[in-house]
Design a protein. Structure first.
Length: 247
C-alpha cells in the first residue's frame, strides 16, 4: 500500500505566509495500471490577507476550519489541465473565490464528465491581485499540456505540479519501483515524467526559454505536487530535474 505524507489535510508551514497541505492518495490511469499519487496543495496568504489556493486537495471539515482561521479564500488555482478535480467542492464552500483556469482545463474536465465552472483564465504573467508577491509563466512546448509555474517571491519558493515529480520508493509499493525508475520520477533524482518529457520533442527551444526565465528567479525552495519536495537548494534541484532541456 502507498504511504501518505502524514498528517494529511493539515496546514504545514513552509515560510512566512506560505503553507503546504498534504492530501489523500489519488489513482491515475496508465494503460492497465492505476498509479497511486500522493497529493499536495499550497496556500499563500497575500498582503491583502486573502488566500491564494494552489491545486486544492480534497476538502474536509477540519481543513476548512484551519483555512477559515487564516483568512478569506480569494483565489482557487488550477496549475494545469489535470489538476482541477477538487475545485468544484472548494468553489461551493467559498463561492466568493475566483476560480482560475489553466490552459485546456475546461476541455479536459468535459472529457472526464466533471462539471466545473471557472471565472477567469491564468495568463503568461501574474494577475494584478498577486503581482507584487507571486510571479508566474506558462511552461510552453509540451504537446499534451501547458503548466503554469508559480514563484512566491517573499519565500523564494517555486511551485510545480507535474513538470517535476519525485516519488519516494519507501512510500510506494515495491511492484511499482521499476516504473518510477523507468519514468524518471524516482527520488532522489525525480525529473519530468518520461511521458511528458517525450511530448516536448522538437520544442526544446521553447521550454529552454521558459526555464531560463524561471532560473532567473533563483528559487531557494521547490514545492512539488507529487512526492518529496525540496526545502533548500531549489535552483540546483531545478537544474538537476530539468537538465534534459538545458544546454
Amino acid at each position: 500500500m502507498p504511504k501518505l505524507y502524514e498528517p494529511i489535510n493539515v496546514l504545514k508551514p513552509v515560510a512566512d505566509r506560505i503553507w503546504i497541505v498534504d492530501g489523500p492518495i489519488i489513482r491515475m490511469a496508465l494503460a492497465w495500471l492505476k498509479i497511486p499519487f500522493p497529493t499536495r496543495m499550497v496556500i499563500i496568504q497575500l498582503q491583502s490577507g486573502g488566500l491564494f489556493i494552489w491545486s486544492p486537495v480534497a476538502l474536509d471539515e477540519n481543513l476548512k476550519t484551519a483555512i477559515d482561521m487564516l483568512g478569506p479564500v480569494e483565489h482557487l488555482v488550477s496549475p494545469n489541465k489535470i489538476h482541477y478535480a477538487s475545485i468544484p467542492a472548494w468553489k461551493k464552500a467559498y463561492p466568493q473565490a475566483t476560480a482560475w483556469a489553466s490552459p485546456g482545463v475546461r476541455e479536459r474536465a468535459a472529457t472526464q464528465h466533471i462539471s466545473i465552472s471557472f471565472d477567469r483564465d491564468l495568463a503568461d504573467g501574474p494577475d494584478p491581485a498577486w503581482a507584487t508577491e507571486i510571479d508566474q509563466l506558462i511552461l510552453r512546448g509540451n504537446r499534451f499540456m501547458q503548466e503554469v509555474i508559480f514563484f512566491h517571491r517573499p519565500s523564494q519558493t517555486l511551485i510545480v505540479a507535474d513538470m517535476i515529480e519525485n516519488f519516494e520508493p519507501a512510500k510506494t509499493p515495491k511492484t511499482l519501483h521499476w516504473l518510477l525508475r523507468f519514468g524518471r520520477v524516482c527520488d532522489p533524482d525525480g525529473q519530468t515524467p518520461l511521458d511528458l518529457r517525450l511530448l516536448f520533442f522538437g520544442n526544446h527551444s521553447q521550454v529552454r526559454a521558459c526555464l531560463t526565465r524561471i532560473l532567473s528567479w533563483k528559487p531557494e525552495r521547490l514545492i512539488l505536487a507529487h512526492g518529496r519536495w525540496y526545502d533548500k537548494d531549489g535552483t540546483a534541484e531545478l537544474r538537476r530535474a530539468m537538465r534534459w532541456a538545458l544546454p
